[in-house]
Design a protein around this ligand. Structure first.
Ligand code: ATP
Ligand code: MG
Length: 305
């Protein structure tokens, strides 16, 4: 089990309860995990204890080089820890569950996944994984249809186009559909919004929220604090290969000095609310939605008037 203070957080914050109460089965657990690259002089990850519970939406944040992408590769068995163990549904990876089996359960969307599109049509690209599972034609078609619809690419319009005729944002969605077509239990995305415009970013994030509401466990790696503050129920913060904070966004971002010392941003709403408080305006500091932030400011100003 992960550190006990995480469970104290759960008790004090009702929004966090869904994320980490032990009634939700543990999907993935890292126990005393360390990882040093063969050419690495220092560990990329050290002493990582982390439990991911079914249905969670976890934001994984941390400065450049803190070990986020290394952790992502440990979660789907592409890398094996050099210390400790990783378990999927209590089965140690590499012993009771193979990497191949694990990758059916844990889908990973790497940075710029569109660079991995290669089939002549979007259909073939999305169908690539399911075909390798040896599924029937009918089941493959069902999965491709469902995955394309989930990422907002209508089957009729997109399935028979060349992936290379799509826009950058559409290509990225087609690549994500390929991962979803494997029907994973957990989806891990490494900076999926990088390089997208505001609309592309918002649509992708909305899609992740919808998938999570439907039961998919989501882990989102990002440098965008506004994104994770709004979406994630829990944030795990890595610094220099170690987990330094783990809790709901409001708790994590209440440690403003620690976050900024690491070189990370605070969400824009937190910065604004903190500045207003410094100016003597009594607003809460940990709101992440524009509408609730606006309401809180209007309320505070009305109280002053
Ligand atoms: N293939 C590799 N060989 C050797 N060292 C590596 C390799 N990949 C990463 N590292 C090192 O491991 C550490 C963690 O890297 P990682 O890519 O996991 O960081 P990150 O948090 O994903 O960073 P970023 O935000 O820049 O993507 C860094 O010190 C990095 O230099
Ligand atoms: Mg990375």
């Amino acid at each position: 089990m992960a550190c006990s203070y995480r469970f104290l957080d759960a008790i004090s914050n009702p929004n966090y309860r869904k994320a980490i109460m032990p009634i939700e089965p543990t999907l993935m657990e890292l126990k005393g995990v360390g990882f040093t690259y063969p050419t690495g002089l220092t560990p990329a990850l050290a002493n990582v204890d982390l439990a991911i519970y079914e249905g969670e939406f976890v934001g994984l944040i941390g400065p450049t080089g803190s070990g986020k992408s290394t952790l992502v590769q440990l979660l789907n068995g592409l890398l094996q820890p050099t210390e400790g163990i990783v378990l999927y549904r209590n089965r140690p990876i590499g012993r009771e569950i193979s990497g191949v089996e694990l990758r059916r359960e844990v889908g990973v969307v790497f940075q710029f996944p569109e660079t991995q599109l290669f089939e002549p049509t979007v259909f073939d690209d999305v169908a690539f994984g399911p075909k390798n599972l040896g599924l029937s034609r009918r089941e493959i078609e069902r999965r491709v249809f469902k995955a394309l619809e989930a990422v907002g690419l209508g089957f009729e319009e997109f399935a028979h186009r060349s992936p290379f005729s799509l826009s950058g944002g559409e290509m990225r969605r087609a690549a994500i559909a390929g991962v979803l077509a494997m029907e994973p239990k957990m989806l891990v995305l490494d900076e999926p919004t990088c390089g997208l415009d505001a609309r592309g970013r918002n649509e992708l994030l909305e899609m992740l929220a919808t998938l999570n509401s439907a039961g998919l466990t989501v882990i989102l790696v990002t440098h965008n604090m506004d994104e994770v503050a709004r979406l994630a129920m829990r944030l795990v913060v890595l610094d220099d290969g170690r987990i330094v904070l783990d809790g709901p966004p409001a708790t994590v971002f209440s440690q403003a000095d620690r976050i900024t010392e690491m070189g990370l941003d605070l969400p824009a709403t937190s910065v604004l609310l903190r500045r207003l408080r410094e100016r003597g305006i009594e607003v809460p500091t940990e709101l992440f939605e524009i509408s609730s932030t606006c309401e809180a400011i209007v309320d505070a100003l009305r109280r002053r008037a």
